[in-house]
Design a protein around this ligand. Structure first.
Ligand code: NAD
Ligand code: USQ
Length: 400
């Protein structure tokens, strides 16, 4: 659109919420000033559940110091919870962001299905956090563009093509463009549906400008920035609670653990390289939504089934001399294991996204990366331990 270059030049102050995690640690080329607002809750989950990142991660303070010494760029850091509105208000008033990138949510589906208290925590943390951000924008920075990380999982796996946010339907002779139906399948994925509804409503009611990035499953680890120094490494989860499909398979191949295909393995999802996450977020920031506009972008570059991923990792492993086996694990989730899947993903490409597709060489380098750190792998953390059917009100504690 024509308004973009003009508005992009006005995007000077970017607030990154949740900038200590896997995806959010990376802002590099964001314009002028960056503030990170971070609640260290993700590191606490590791401690509660006895998990750890494959990569050794330095403290967020050391990360920011190292970034400054290598690039000369300053990142302001504020430690606090977005659910704490007093804290959020102060940071908004002092910083006056032109854009907010909101990564700061509890993002694991299995974590949200451990027990009642984790389900409640997830929806409370995510829904109230986003609601607070919407109120802060309205009160203190009403021109600010919200770039919110959502998920492809909001749509579920319908037996028709998935559109980008909206679908035009003709019903009893009348036609309308409506929000695409949502069929999320965990309390986590549902929290993103609730977020999307709250954001869409406030765009209409208050004129908020927002982009909902329905992101697929992210893989990979290195970006140009994180590769600069070991204190800049971002976390890389491989365990049964926080680890995601392709990343987990690479670690499993590296340590000689059979690949854990859940059920029939026909589960198909959109995937993208972590470097594309950075590109997509930057594109959204550079091309802000208009006032009152609620935009939805499907943020992934390729679709794979779990079985396809297992085959790719097996082949890549063999090339590196690894013997890779696959084991079908009873599916701990309630989800379709064989289904139609065809999701649109053209809007970010139209804005200029140049995807880094999953090539043999990329898979090689990801596998080599996991091999480099394989001594850090706790193999007991690999098998899934959370069952969708067995969740109950009784608090689950972790066995020593
Ligand atoms: P992550 O858990 O590594 O990072 C999230 C960060 O947000 C953590 O550092 C956490 O401490 C922080 N946070 C959580 N609650 C907060 C709160 N109340 N206040 C302030 N900070 C808070 O997750 P990630 O993989 O980097 O994911 C980032 C975002 O992208 C999430 O919203 C997630 O749902 C979305 N996403 C991730 C993937 C993926 O494959 N990793 C895919 C699609 C969408
Ligand atoms: N799966 C396996 N074996 C494994 C791990 C996963 O077969 O060892 C299957 C799952 O059953 C599921 C699919 O692979 O069908 C994807 O699972 P996942 O754990 O990689 O991804 P998911 O739970 O959907 O969550 C991740 C992120 C989440 C993000 C989401 C994007 O943790 O934050 O929102 O990907 S999406 O999948 O598009 O909804």
């Amino acid at each position: 659109a024509n308004h973009t270059s003009n508005e992009a030049s006005q995007t000077k102050r970017v607030m990154v919420i949740g900038g200590d995690g896997y995806c959010g640690l990376l802002p590099s080329t964001y314009p002028k000033r960056v503030m990170k607002l971070q609640f260290l809750v993700r590191r606490l989950f590791d401690q509660q559940l006895g998990l750890d990142s494959l990569t050794p991660i330095s403290s967020i303070h050391n990360h920011i110091r190292r970034w400054k010494s290598l690039t000369g760029k300053t990142i302001q850091l504020h430690i606090g919870d977005v659910c704490d509105f007093e804290f959020l208000s102060k940071t908004f008033k002092s910083f006056e962001p032109d854009a907010v990138i909101h990564f700061g949510e509890q993002r694991s589906a299995p974590y949200s299905m451990i027990d009642r208290s984790r389900a409640v925590f997830t929806q409370n943390n995510n829904v109230i956090g986003t609601l607070n951000v919407l109120f802060a924008i309205k009160e203190f920075s009403d021109q600010c563009h919200l770039v919110k990380l959502g998920t492809m999982g909001e749509y579920g796996t319908p037996n028709i093509d998935i559109e980008e946010g909206f679908i035009t339907i003709t019903h009893n002779g009348r036609t309308d463009t409506l929000p695409y139906p949502k069929q999320a399948s965990s309390f986590y994925h549902l929290s993103k549906v609730h977020d999307s509804n709250n954001i869409a409503f406030t765009c209409k009611a208050w004129g908020i400008r927002a982009t909902d990035l329905n992101q697929g499953v992210v893989y990979g680890v290195r970006t140009d920035e994180t590769a600069m120094h070991e204190e800049l490494y971002n976390r890389f989860d491989y365990d049964g609670v926080f680890g995601t499909a392709l990343n987990r398979f690479c670690v499993q191949a590296a340590v000689g653990h059979p690949l854990t295909v859940y059920g029939k393995g026909g589960q198909t999802r959109g995937y993208l390289d972590i470097r594309d996450t950075v590109q997509c977020v930057e594109l959204a920031i550079a091309n802000p939504a208009e006032r009152g506009e609620f935009r939805v972008f499907n943020q992934f570059t390729e679709q794979f089934s779990v079985n396809e991923l297992a085959t790719l990792v097996t082949k890549a492993g063999e090339k590196l001399g690894l013997e890779v086996q696959t084991k079908s694990v009873p599916n701990p989730r309630v989800e379709a294991e064989e289904h139609y899947y065809n999701a649109k993903h053209t809007k970010l490409v139209e804005l200029g996204l140049k995807p880094q597709l999953l090539s043999d060489s990329l898979l090689d380098s990801l596998l080599n990366f996991t091999i480099e750190f394989k001594d850090r792998v706790g193999t007991k953390q690999i098998m899934p331990s959370v069952s969708w059917g067995k969740i109950g009100a009784k608090p689950k504690t972790v066995a020593a």
